[in-house]
Design a protein around this ligand. Structure first.
Ligand code: HEM
Length: 421
């Protein structure tokens, strides 16, 4: 039975709150990439599918996007326009098979249980514990916390745990860079390296060919971050991600490729969703309702907040067309590129709303669809939930200072300081 919601005592988002929230979201997107801001604004008013010079096909309709993503025969991550093309230049041709060939199917079959809900909860509980404890303690004592920074620390801690990274190797550099006031500098640095890796893909919307210097830098970063994979794979217990890989029959080379994938797919995406959802709940006035709830109602509202947060912060997805195909009444030709504007598709029903029912057309589209459906979805949900639960415990919260990140692949906040009102 659905818990009784305290809608009357805590009114849902107000029109003013929604306008404020939308304004900040627009800024976050423009600041990440002004062209993306323009594209989002135009696509909202444009046709469901349209061909844009230099960019390729732009799709903004959830049903068409799903149709595109599940059509594995006509589309690929590989080839110009897909993320697979980017990473095969960095990691080598073997990645093509692992990302989207027969090797991908085989790996996904074996890795199906890598992140069960329970495994993800345990993994995240360990990585998030010290961070969420700090959020609760500081806010309860009347202080403030920078949610954007703490989200990066949390994700950094998770990456360290998943990839078997020896944080000591980052400690000196983190201290020298002034990132280590609280002893978490190494995690910030790990996150920053992951961010740098993703940033190498910036400016590739029109062309996914990387220059030699970019490829070299990406290889160096990946080398430092995945250097511990072989040892951890061989010796870690099955309670760890790499130990579980071994137990599931994932080979060491596959585990190294998978580690790189987890890094590029699971760092900025999660940190962005955490910071932006925290801001949206505060801006729309719904943080107060979440904080005032308890028991089953709190549980239910947290579930909705996670789902809604993911919906309204969805990243975009790129594909390469491998054979002529009809989509939404248009003919896409082999060799064309497609940009699935999932952000526009998922935000069309409206802004974050704790009373919004499940939306069948948009279901999980924030995690993609088809064979590349996000492998880390349970982890992402657990991360977001852990931070929102801590904020709600100590809240309500309000944003006292914010700065959108500039020139990043996934729009987010560089700084988002929150405190009790
Ligand atoms: C809010 C956070 C996240 C969002 C919105 C998100 C979204 C996505 C999307 C849309 C895809 C499909 C991309 C495509 O079809 O081209 C994807 C794939 C993937 N994600 Fe996530 N992700 C998130 C967090 C994570 C985390 C935390 C992990 C790892 C622990 C992860 C691991 C992966 C992997 C490995 C893939 C590739 C799957 C494949 O190609 O078979 N993601 N993610």
């Amino acid at each position: 039975m659905e818990p009784v919601l305290s809608r009357r005592t805590h009114p849902v988002s107000s029109p003013t709150g929604n306008r404020l929230a939308s304004m900040h979201e627009r800024r976050v997107i423009r600041s990440a990439d002004p062209r993306l801001g323009l594209l989002v604004a135009l696509a909202r008013r444009g046709p469901r599918i349209v061909q844009v010079p230099r960019l390729g096909w732009v799709v903004r309709d959830p049903t068409l996007i799903r149709e595109l993503l599940v059509d594995h025969r006509s589309t690929s991550l590989l080839g110009e326009g897909g993320v697979g093309h980017l990473w095969s230049q960095v990691l080598g041709d073997w990645v093509e098979d692992l990302f989207d060939g027969r090797g991908h199917h085989s790996l996904r079959t074996r890795a199906r249980d890598l992140f069960t809900e329970a495994a993800a909860r345990d993994l995240v509980a360990q990585a998030a514990g010290p961070v969420t404890d700090l959020v609760r303690a500081r806010l309860a004592a009347g202080g403030s916390v920078d949610v954007a920074d703490l989200a990066r620390v949390l994700v950094g801690r998770l990456v360290v745990a998943m990839l078997g990274i020896d944080v000591a190797t980052f400690a000196g550099e983190a201290a020298a860079a002034g990132l280590d006031e609280d002893g978490w500098g190494a995690y910030r640095l790990v996150f920053a390296r992951g961010e740098e890796l993703a940033a190498l893909a910036l400016g590739t919307q029109a062309d996914t060919h990387l220059g030699a210097a970019t490829v070299d830098r990406a290889r160096t970063i990946l080398g430092t971050l995945t250097g511990g994979v072989a040892t951890a794979y061989a010796s870690s217990p099955e309670t760890t991600v790499l130990g579980r890989c071994r137990a599931l029959g994932v080979t060491e080379q596959e585990a190294t490729g998978l580690a790189s994938l987890l890094l590029v797919a699971g760092t900025e995406t999660a940190a962005s969703a955490i910071a932006r959802t925290a801001a949206l709940l505060a801006d729309t006035g719904q943080a107060a309702r979440l904080s005032a709830s308890g028991g089953d109602e709190r549980d239910h509202l947290l579930d909705v907040a996670v789902r809604e947060g993911l919906r309204v912060t969805t990243p975009v997805i790129g594909r390469h067309v491998t054979r002529d195909v009809r989509l939404g009444g248009r003919i896409l030709r082999a060799g064309d590129r497609v940009l699935a504007l999932t952000y526009v598709a998922n935000t069309a029903p409206g802004s974050l709303d704790l009373d919004r029912p499940y939306l069948p057309d948009n279901r999980h589209l924030w995690f993609g669809a088809g064979r590349h459906l996000c492998l880390g979805a349970p982890v992402a949900r657990a991360e977001l939930r852990a931070v929102l639960a801590a904020l709600a415990d100590a809240g309500p919260w309000t944003v006292v200072e914010r700065e959108a990140a500039r020139g990043v692949l996934i729009p987010t906040y560089r700084r988002l300081v929150v405190a009790r009102p």
